[in-house]
Design a protein around this ligand. Sequence first.
Ligand SMILES: [Zn+2]
Length: 384
Amino acid sequence: MIRVDLYGGFGEKGRTSIGISNGIKHVLLDVGIKVGAKGREYYPTIDDASIARLDAVFVSHAHEDHIGGLSWLRSRGFQGRIFMTAETLSEASDMLAQYAEPDHVRSFPLSSQQVTIFRVGDKIDLDGLIVATGRSGHVAGGVWFAASVEQSSIVYTADVVPDSNVLAMDRIPKCDCLVLDASYGDDPISGSERSRAIQKWIGSHPDGCLLPVPLSGKPLELMAILPGRFAIHAGMREPIAAQLAAKNAFLPNVEPMLRERLTNAVNWVEGTDFPKCPLLTFDGMGIAGPSVEAIARASEGGLPILLTGHIPPNTPANMLFEAGRAAWIRLPTHPTRQGSVGMWKQAGRPLTLGHSCSLSTLQTLKSYLPTLNDTVRSGQRIIL
Ligand SMILES: [Zn+2]
């Protein structure tokens, strides 16, 4: 028997978190926050008694919607083990500094002593509750999780990219329940088609443009397709180099190409003129990091802005987009329709849940994934 608690990310984007239990061991897969939400809704729905019972939390990758609630979890009495890859750990503190409450960050700093590092591909056995891992293709060092108890198993893909141009994804195993990254619903447009549209947009703005991106994952995908010279915020150079150090994460021959492009990228810092070429700054939404100032200045000064990722309500990026002052072309860093159907088939066409989207977005996938339960919401529980 596996009990699955949907603590966040179901019927919504953000605060992704799933509880898995065999009745003896209790683990949490991810503990994200929800950008744009206020108060208690910022965090997963898990209550204090359940937090106190947790033996471990596993973190798939260091994006805020998967890790941003870690300091909060500890502030609520979490005493269990923390599992993540070395790449995730290297980005975790910066991410928490941006999205966690300052009090929590101060009281519960994250150090390597508190974290159990696993390598992608490892299987962790917690008294019969086994958690297997594989490369997600979403960020370097990012993973999916497959949890099994005796004959029952569940795969939580976290964020995955089955058809990335730069990162490799491992096949997901057969399972009784697939919890799929449904961020894009049934979007049928492939990454290569989107890449061409982005290249065309950049080509039509030869005097420069601003590309706000998260610190991990998306910059690698963009660097691979930018048609010529480009600039990055100076603070991105080291984190991107760290991502490139995870050689195992990349498709063949990609890592040396990206390393060369990183070396040739122009450095940019706040307070200086914008370069006459595409400029990457973080984050992707304009609510943290150098993008806050860069987006404001670009908007005032008329520098074209291209958004390529998720832009939640109540964020500067979203407001600019709504006002027609920023363009948006999705560069897929989640599955498109074809990728979702492919993973569902790999998993053996099992019962499927979708995370990281609204119910109306999820429902668009139903005709392609007949075993999809398109009604579950955060706060509900299922038993396998
Ligand atoms: Zn992510």
